[in-house]
Ligand binder design. Structure first.
Ligand code: F6P
Length: 359
């Protein structure tokens, strides 16, 4: 059992639907133990900047407000690449912040990068930490699902449904570029849900000829329109990243492969005209689906339960219908979870006739 009295909760990394529901479930579960819950503003910034930025969260925060039902992060978030200070300096400031606020534990709602960075800060500060996975990329290791992924998948599926009608009217092959960073989870699941003809993911090599062959097959079958999903992390056939933009620390950010492929298809194949939709940050929005709300509820409750049992350095997760916990060390060691090209999802897509690259 623990002697916890005060905990902090923060959301870190790119936002997504379901974050507010996670925070609400933590506050409700902690209330049972009489703990105070402090919402830390803007990811770790709330503890590393001066003055500290936080607020006491109580059941009242949820009683009369609809924010548990909407996307975004009420607390604010902080994405990688924004801060340039050294990790040692940030750990020191985080530690001071934790002490000033008197926190006994921190719950971090984040992706694989945040689990890595913030677990180091927490170790340095000697404060307990439990992680809750969230990301539209679904690339946090060990858990099968992260909060926000299911809603993002629904947003992409809705976009494919909308694109299908105009593709049909104009006899076009429409390309939808989706997010996912370096992993193809969002692309393959959206492509299956949205009945796409082609789905390109970073994990599987493809050829332009392969795409064209599929479009030609569609045309010969008597259908005069097609849908192509491409994950933002897909590279050119020869392995170059297509991106003109950089983040604040000079790393290339994803985006643009859809336009690139559209140009190539138009130059090399006359069967369909193409157009591109880059869905962008709307994928991080949308009202959280029932699945994401349920995940938020059970993950929040489990994180509090683990702390109440005196546990630390764990991430909650979902595996084969069960809510589990995994050592943060193991989570960090696993790195980013990529799409397995031998998975049943890829196999099903291939078996159903979708071009998913050169398997
Ligand atoms: O990791 C979540 C994510 O939405 C990725 O899918 C995307 O590549 C990235 O964040 C975009 O980040 P930013 O908000 O910095 O543009």
């Amino acid at each position: 059992m623990s002697n916890i009295k005060k905990i902090g909760i923060l959301t870190s990394g790119g936002d997504c639907a379901g974050l507010n529901a996670v925070v609400a479930s933590v506050v409700k579960a902690a209330d049972k133990y009489g703990w105070e819950v402090y919402g830390i503003h803007n990811g770790t910034d709330g503890l590393t900047e001066r003055p500290l930025s936080y607020e006491l969260l109580t059941l009242q925060n949820f009683a009369s407000s609809p924010w548990v039902r909407i996307a975004g992060s009420y607390l604010g978030s902080l994405n990688k690449g924004v801060k340039m200070e050294s990790q040692a300096e940030m750990s020191r400031r985080f530690c001071e912040g934790v002490k000033e606020l008197g926190l006994d534990a921190v719950i971090v709602v984040g992706g694989d990068g945040s689990m890595n960075i913030v677990s180091n800060y927490c170790k340095y500060a000697g404060v307990k930490m439990i992680g809750i996975p969230k990301t539209i990329d679904n690339d946090t290791p060990l858990t099968q699902y992260s909060v926000g992924f299911n809603t993002a998948c629904q947003v992409c599926t809705d976009a494919l449904d909308s694109l299908e009608t105009t593709a049909r009217s104009h006899h076009r092959a429409l390309i939808l570029e989706v997010m996912g960073r370096d992993a193809g989870h969002l692309a393959i699941q959206s492509a299956l849900a949205g009945f796409a003809d082609v789905c390109l993911v970073p994990e599987i090599p493809y050829t332009l000829q392969g795409i064209i062959n599929k479009l030609e097959q569609v045309k010969k079958s008597g259908r005069s329109h097609a849908l192509i999903v491409v994950s933002e992390g897909v590279k050119t056939e020869t392995g170059e990243q297509v991106s003109s933009a950089k983040n604040l620390v000079g790393e290339k950010v994803h985006g643009g492969i859809g336009e690139y492929l559209s140009g190539l298809i138009n130059q090399n194949y006359q069967g369909f005209q193409t157009r591109v939709t880059r869905l962008g940050h709307v994928q991080r929005s949308g009202n959280p689906t029932a699945f994401d709300r349920i995940l938020a509820a059970v993950f929040g409750a489990k994180a509090v339960e683990l702390l109440a049992e005196g546990k630390t350095d764990l991430m909650v997760g979902y595996s084969n219908g069960k809510i589990e916990s995994y050592s943060l060390e193991e989570v960090v060691a696993c790195g980013t979870s990529m799409l397995d090209k031998n998975s049943s999802l890829v196999k099903a897509a291939h078996d159903l006739g979708m071009y998913v690259g050169e398997l």
